[in-house]
Design a protein around this ligand. Sequence first.
Ligand code: 86X
Length: 510
Amino acid sequence: MAGGKGDNNATASVVRSTKERKKVTALCLTNSKDSNFGEWYSEVVTVSEMIRCHDIKGCHILLPWSMGIWKRMQNFFETEMEEMKVELCYFPMLASKDALQKEKDHIKGFAPEVAWVTRSGDSDLEVPIAIRPTSETVMYPTYSDTIRGHRKLPLKLYQWANVVRWELTNPTPFIRSREFLWQEGHTAYATKAEADKEVLEILELYRRLYEEYLAIPVVKGKKSEMEKFAGALYTTSVEAFIPNTGRGIQGATAHCLGQNFANMFDINYEDDKGKKAMAWQNSWAYSTRTIGVMVMVHGDDKGLVLPPKVAKVQVIVVPVPYKDADVKDMLNACSATVKTLCDSGILAKSDLRDNYSPGWKYCHWEMKGVPLRIEIGPKDLANNQVRAVRRDNGAKVDIPMTKLVNKVKGMLDTIQQSMFDVAKQKRDACIQVTKTWDEFIEALGQKKLILAPWCDEEEVEKEVKTKTKGATGSAKTLCSPIDQPELPEGTLCFASGKPAKKWTYWGRSY
Ligand code: 86X
């Protein structure tokens, strides 16, 4: 239960008068994270006002509270793109059937997910038009023209876009929705070496996005042949883990496409000797799924817990009037506090509404996950101080007004670091090294993130999948970490008993 007076009325819409409204302590969650994770998640993302439901299944409205987080992630990424000289662009969301067909080998498995526009008004279109599930087919004809005509290599573009994939498996806000937002990068180089180098640079950006901004530990790794994007030479990803469900989740992905698409879309250039050569390409993306992973990893029974570096509001200032103390002075002190904080670049806001009690406001902003709450009551006013309360662990500190900015900055940094440390401790406690099949099965039953020596054979991977099939999906490879632990000579594959080639993470996944 949230720290208030225990009323499960989450909307307070039935309350009419201000007097009645004051009594209501709304916003306690009805589901707990540990006992009812799925329901808890849906409740948190709606009651915190991140998401609103839409009347088309699998589509969600992203409210300012989640878009504010997305915006801050965009800011980080745009700065890095500038640094890497990747340029912003925008391509249309509609793809012609012909262009999509060019990619038909890779699309085979995806075909059921493509949504088509077939009519305008009363008349059927002559040829249906696809809504992009990803933008290769929309972008690459242009890449062909640009690179051939102007010998423009490298070509490095990215865009912010919505994409539509008509998923049939249970939609979950942020995690799996039919329309989602992402950043997609598409680059072309003259050499494989340049493309290889960029894949690792992008992967490092994704690691930083998760670890430094979302405070979520991830593993950088390479996908198996079976799990890679069929159109890629190889696929890398950052993988996160949700301890409550024991599932891995792909956080973002960067592909080296090799020359596959260059051949399909005729993306070529004239090399030094005047000979036609095919470009080497990469593509990479992170999506609004990031927000869902953040909610799942950090949220608790009071609601969201937002890392300061992505929160839309970092500090909420709440007046705590007491009996006949001078309310006006207190409200002024709140406004002055907010101004001081904002002037120094901290995202602060006050909640001065007189129709809600302080207790109600505490619950409200806890539900929304604001990293730090500042309370100002008569005693604080008299002592020229404020009281700060951390969202992540509830710790309370009195801060002298004279040290406000420094102390608050320090606390926000501490919260950011501490959220990562706690998440990493929990994640690491779930990692289980297994060397035999029996150990593997036991660990899987215990919802572990499994690290096992593997022979890297597709047949074996398929067999593991079949043998572990259950109501909640089957175990699969998540990735082989780029930082490989030492693999002693003679180590055997946990599943086949053949010589192991690498360490690989396994588990059920989203
Ligand atoms: C794979 C590949 C790639 C650019 C990325 O992962 C990063 C950003 N694209 C995406 N993929 C598809 O190609 C695909 C194609 C169709 Cl037609 C579809 F309906 C769904 C798809 N899903 C993923």
